[in-house]
Design a protein. Structure first.
Length: 294
């Protein structure tokens, strides 16, 4: 049985840990509210923009000439994996890494075996995980969350777009955690490049004729890069909100677990203390009886 001093030290240590996890939960909750507002505001715009691009691209002649729509045999792949810079957020980072590895196994196994897969890591945890596995990792954008805004994400998107247009990559995929609520994050894999046109549905929608102003070429040329950058920005904002939700949930569970552990330790402490008192009483009684019989 542990001594009273050892149990007291454990109680003090768990108390300190509980205070830290409780504070981290509160900080994550405050950050989550802001991150949730950001993704909630952007999501409808990004979805509508993507829908518009798919519909217009299906009918616009200019879109077919876009370098971002050129489908070719997939030999070189770029995976943009969005994780966090810090841990203590449950299985958040592990799930994103597993999602990327599953995508490689199911869709790009041959490219992975031949070493033609490059990882663009947005978040330090993803970069570290893939470096340990021997992948070529672009770590230029691991600090994106330090100053998260459209401008910083746009740089990463442009790098991927330029690489695809130049033929360095034949396919670009984004893997991230989509935010549902504080307790639920869903791993998503989205094809960024080449662009897949979405033909209009059969019926009335199929008969729509678009009138372009100022011109079809100018609109499509402007719309495609903007949509691609917004797609990546939405994924990063989704991941940012998911991270704070996962951390808040993890720290809430850690705080509860610390409380349960404290109850057990206090029970052990009281039992140990009672046993020590009983032993002292027995020693005193035994000594008194020895003196009385002397």
């Amino acid at each position: 049985m542990a001594s009273l001093k050892e149990v007291r030290n454990r109680i003090a240590s768990v108390n300190s840990t509980q205070q830290i996890t409780k504070a981290m939960k509160m900080v994550a909750a405050a950050k989550l509210r802001r991150a949730q507002d950001n993704i909630t505001q952007l999501r409808p715009y990004a979805q509508k923009l993507s829908q518009m691009l798919g519909t217009v691209s299906a009918g616009a002649e200019t879109a077919s000439d876009s370098p971002y729509k050129q489908a070719r045999p997939v030999e070189r792949v770029l995976l943009i994996v969005v994780t966090s810079d810090r841990g203590l957020c449950g299985a958040f980072n592990t799930n994103a890494v597993k999602g990327a590895l599953t995508l490689l196994d199911q869709k790009y196994a041959a490219q992975a075996r031949s070493g033609n897969v490059e990882i663009m890591a947005i978040g330090k945890k993803g970069a570290e995980a893939f470096q340990r596995r021997g992948f070529r990792v672009n770590t230029t954008h691991v600090n994106t969350f330090g100053s998260l805004n459209f401008g910083t994400v746009k740089i990463a998107a442009e790098e991927a777009m330029d690489g695809f247009a130049a033929g360095r990559y034949d396919a670009v995929e984004i893997i991230y955690n989509e935010f549902k609520n504080a307790a639920v994050q869903i791993v998503r894999a989205e094809q960024m490049l080449p662009i897949v046109a979405t033909p209009p549905a059969a019926g009335a929608a199929a008969a729509i004729n678009y009138t372009f102003e100022p011109s079809e070429e100018e609109i499509v040329t402007e719309l495609i890069p903007k949509t691609l950058k917004t797609q990546l920005y939405k994924a990063v904002l989704d991941s940012n909100a998911s991270e704070h939700g996962a951390r808040m949930t993890a720290m809430d569970k850690a705080t509860d677990n610390a409380g349960e552990l404290l109850k057990e330790l206090k029970l052990v402490y009281n039992r140990t203390r009672q046993a020590a008192i009983t032993t002292e009483i027995l020693e005193i009684v035994g000594g008194a009886e020895a003196l009385a019989n002397a």
